[in-house]
Design a protein around this ligand. Structure first.
Ligand code: PHE
Length: 455
């Protein structure tokens, strides 16, 4: 007789659907929305990229998020162990644990560079607070930034500080506290973004910014930029690596997975679009280059802070909130590895955090140096940071997502997914099923093949 699956994760349960939405949104909204989305949009020519991104969120992101929550809630453990339980339940190969493995590794790889950018955010709280940008022009902001990233020692220091703080939170097991704070801080960040959009409206270039973001120009769309847009959808929603699966494992039975997924995706995409609407008018008003890369927000936002009333306080507050958003995401990136070490080797939480943190920090040095002394050290034309980002966002997360879709769509029994998802409307269930069975796997493969020039 099959052993009944646990009703609850050994690590606990969310107190309500609302706490789950908050925590998952906290993990999803981070540097990906405010730092990465705008610079990728700029590098990939704007509107057509944005359109592909939105289509990917709706057609792949939401159904895959539902699948990932479903797997987590059914498996009730870390991604690796959940997949072990579920493959036994569905009588399929234990190889499906690969979803958990690849996700755990991807989380650590992503955190290694995420921490470096988190360090920039930390440094910019102080730069803004000390009035470095008062009255600054685009040129001054740009030169301040290139001087900053040009110094390996400075980046090393901020990366280290960011990592130490993140891992202390993880080691102390006080994520709950942070998540409670997020309840107030995230809406504040949202509000600050709205104020920034308001500032952008005064630059005289708001229309140009909007046109750049929303008037599709398909001539700018290449296979590579489609892949980047798809990878960004996975990255921003934290999909394909088990984070959402872990969060799903704490979801009480009876919570509507579909409406919850839609809410998270809407909040996440809303923040990214607002960031774009705040940044591009500033780019055009100051004659800057939209495609200037990872430094984009650090070169544009300071100009706005430097030229608005109360900009010093406003600027530091903005970077503080961005830092908090980065922390909640960082914690979710490393949590799979830490819990797995605890469950598998019986390590204490502190030892597990120390080991994971140290390895991630060390790997992060590669990213620190790729902005200065290793800038020219490339493989396939990508430096260390770019290679790591490409490998995780564009390859590992989409492939992980496909495996999750195939598992939920093909291997789990229809009655089971039907009852777990609890979708009353048969057409809605059919749409979900078609998306995870056919559309998601085929779309990801087409985009992957297109990006390497096979299609
Ligand atoms: N979604 C986060 C962001 O946009 C990054 C992240 C990716 C977090 C994958 C967890 C898992 O910043």
């Amino acid at each position: 007789m099959a052993v009944p699956l646990p009703e609850q994760s050994m690590h606990g349960q969310w107190s309500s659907r609302w706490t789950f939405i908050l925590a998952a949104t906290g993990a999803a909204v981070g540097l990906g929305n405010i730092w990465k989305f705008p610079y990728l949009t700029g590098e990939n020519g704007g509107s057509a990229f944005v359109l592909v991104y939105i289509v990917c969120v709706a057609a792949l992101g939401i159904p895959l998020m539902m699948s990932e929550i479903l797997l987590g809630r059914r498996g009730r453990s870390t991604p690796i162990n959940s997949m072990c339980v579920l493959s036994a339940e569905t009588k399929t190969s234990q190889w499906w644990q690969i979803i958990g493995w690849s996700g755990t590794v991807a989380g650590m790889l992503i955190l290694s560079y995420y921490s470096v950018i988190g360090g920039w955010t930390l440094a910019y709280i102080f730069k803004s607070g000390m009035g470095t940008f008062s009255g600054a022009s685009g040129e001054i902001a740009a030169s301040t930034f290139s001087e900053f990233v040009g110094s390996p020692g400075t980046l090393f220091l901020w990366h280290t500080i960011f990592m130490v703080i993140t891992m202390s939170i993880v080691a102390g097991g006080v994520q709950g506290g942070l998540e409670k704070a997020v309840q107030y801080l995230m809406p504040t960040l949202f509000f600050l973004l709205l104020v920034m959009v308001g500032y952008s409206m005064t630059t005289g270039f708001f229309g140009k910014g909007l046109a750049f973001l929303f008037t599709p120009d398909f001539s700018k769309l290449s296979g590579a930029s489609m892949l980047t847009a798809m990878g960004q959808a996975f990255f921003s929603l934290s999909l394909g690596m088990g984070t959402i699966m872990i969060y799903g494992s704490y979801v009480p039975k009876g919570t509507s997975i579909a409406s919850t997924s839609v809410a998270i995706a809407l909040a996440d995409t809303g923040v990214a679009l607002l960031a774009g609407m705040a940044i591009f008018p500033i780019v055009f008003a100051n004659g800057m280059e939209p495609g200037s890369g990872p430094g984009l927000i650090f070169q544009t936002l300071p100009v706005a802070f430097g030229n608005m009333t109360g900009g010093i306080a406003f600027g530091s507050l903005f970077f503080i909130l961005l830092l908090v958003a980065a922390w909640t995401s960082s914690i979710s990136l490393i949590e799979p590895l830490v819990t797995w070490l605890i469950e598998t080797y019986g390590m204490s939480r502190i030892t597990a955090s120390l080991c994971s943190g140290l390895a991630t920090w060390l790997l992060g040095l590669g990213t620190v140096f790729s902005f200065n002394i290793w800038k020219e050290v490339t493989l396939f034309d990508l430096n260390f940071f770019e290679l790591l980002d490409f490998l995780t966002s564009n390859i590992m997360l989409p492939l992980g997502g496909i495996l999750i879709a195939v598992f939920a769509g093909w291997l789990m029994k229809v009655e089971l997914t039907k009852s777990e998802l609890n979708i009353q409307n048969p057409t809605a269930y059919l749409i979900w099923q078609t998306l995870v069975r056919y559309i998601a796997p085929v779309a990801v493969f087409i985009v992957l093949l297109k990006s390497v020039g096979i299609l």
